[in-house]
Ligand binder design. Structure first.
Ligand SMILES: [Zn+2]
Length: 471
């Protein structure tokens, strides 16, 4: 969360510094949240009087989860975001409100109504004036960030006393060549840049490697008739995974030669499984909602995905896909899959196993060696997902709802479905800016990731790099 142009001294507002905007207003995750996020933690603890607008880079909960608290604190400005984000934001906040705010339906509707009334959907690539005063003005422009549907990096053009400055906030940047969305193109200019560093310490595997690793893991895991459980975030990863699984079914599920590779390029020949009849279950009403929205917003897909649609394929709604909505069906599915040992892939939230339906699956399935857990995204320190990833392969245990569960299931991880740019991608984004920024602030990542990204930036000759909060 960052304000721009705010008065750091906190003294009375002055004309040139009395206006600001807020970029994102999210919830902390994992250890960042301290010992459990309380209403006090969530309360808005920074001045908001000068904030003229909230700009939302994308609708992940760590970027938008505190918007209801911002409104409760008296924020009266518009909520500026991309067109897809404007459709998705009320959906994600409705869910967040139900979980963390109130069960009161009327109150939820009132808050959502308020949020909808404040939304200003700005098309990608178009300047939008936030305010214009006699001696100062601020405009913003959103550009595709390739992270999740609707994601944007924000260019701010701030003018004050005849001088102009371009400040760019990366939001979360996507990995190039990720399925479905066009990749981010670096801004033409950025005098100052604020950039994320989630994967500032490493690179992802290539898309082809990753796809074949996914195939190999699925074939290996499913050969012994167990369930592959994929803790997935509702937005982004779920849809990317469905897209890749559809492509694997399309490539390897044709004809009798299951597991064959007509192109000869598959480096991972593995036990035959019947791709044609493999069941894929999405057990998350929210993920189902966002998958529907992804399907509906095809104009925002990249060229490759558009081409598949033109060929008559349905990357996000194929035949073998089942969506579970009701809680009763969910409990039945957990019970059935834990007993039946049918090869099945289940995508369930939440992505870091800190709650949601995936927890029921984990409790029922972690103890059986036939089952497997496949992590496809970032696991924050302090979350059960991180513990399973760290201790599972050593035969450890994980605590779920206050109870210990031994981990006998296979544990795997495939990078790159994280929907975050890797280190080289981040460096390319910055070096792609024609005139290098004179100031770069590294935010949004583990301390190690920030430090390694700083070194990498230095090594390519960038200067003026800061890690806010670090002495
Ligand atoms: Zn994100």
């Amino acid at each position: 969360m960052l304000t721009l142009g705010s008065d750091p001294s906190g003294s009375a507002p002055r004309a040139a510094t009395s206006c600001g905007i807020l970029i994102d207003c999210g919830l902390f995750q994992g250890d960042e949240a301290g010992s459990g996020a309380t209403a006090v933690d969530l309360a808005i603890d920074f001045p908001i009087e000068h904030i003229r607008a909230l700009v939302v880079t994308h609708v992940h909960i760590d970027h938008v989860g505190r918007i209801p608290y911002l409104l409760a604190a008296g924020f009266e400005g518009p909520i500026i975001c991309s067109e897809p984000s404007a459709i998705m934001l009320p959906e994600i906040l409705e869910d967040a409100l139900k979980i963390g705010f109130t069960r009161n339906r009327d109150l939820i509707e009132r808050v959502l109504g308020l949020i909808r009334s404040r939304l200003v959907a700005v098309p990608y690539g178009k300047w939008h004036s936030v305010f214009e005063a006699e001696d100062s003005s601020l405009s913003v422009r959103l550009q595709p960030a390739g992270h999740i549907l609707g994601s944007a990096y924000v260019e701010c053009e701030a003018k004050s006393d005849g001088e102009s400055q371009r400040i760019v906030f990366s939001g979360d940047l996507g990995a190039p060549h990720s399925p479905l969305l066009p990749e981010a193109v670096p801004p033409e200019r950025a005098d100052r840049l604020v950039i994320e560093s989630t994967y500032g310490d490493r690179d992802h595997e290539s898309r082809e490697d990753r796809r074949y690793r996914l195939k190999a893991i699925l074939e290996h895991a499913l050969a012994d008739g167990g369930t592959v459980l994929i803790p997935a975030f509702s937005i982004g990863r779920t849809q990317e995974l469905l897209y890749e699984i559809e492509s694997l079914i399309h490539e390897f599920g044709v004809g009798e030669g299951v597991g064959s590779d007509p192109s000869g390029s598959d480096p991972t020949p593995s036990p035959a499984i019947a791709w044609n009849s493999l069941e894929i279950v999405v057990d998350s009403p929210l993920a189902a909602t966002f998958t529907r929205i992804y399907r509906e917003l095809k104009p925002f897909w990249d060229a490759e995905a558009t081409e598949l649609v033109n060929q008559g394929r349905h990357p996000l709604s194929f035949e073998q896909l089942t969506v579970i909505n009701s809680h009763e069906d969910h409990l039945n599915a957990v019970d059935y899959l834990a007993r039946s040992h049918r090869p099945c892939v289940v995508l369930a939230g939440s992505g870091m196993c800190a709650g949601g339906r995936v927890v029921n699956y984990l409790k029922a399935m972690l103890g059986d060696t036939r089952n497997d857990v496949l992590f496809v995204g970032y696991q924050a320190r302090g979350t059960p997902g991180r513990d399973i990833l760290d201790y599972g392969p050593r035969g450890g245990w994980v605590e779920l709802d206050g109870e210990r569960f031994d981990i006998r299931a296979g544990i795997h991880q495939v990078g790159g479905y994280s929907a975050h740019a890797g280190q080289s991608d981040l460096v390319r984004f910055v070096t792609g800016i024609e005139v290098p920024p004179s100031e770069i602030r590294i935010v949004h990542g583990d301390a190690d990731a920030k430090e390694l990204l700083r070194r990498q930036f230095h090594s390519v000759g960038l200067t003026g790099i800061m890690i806010p909060g670090l002495a």
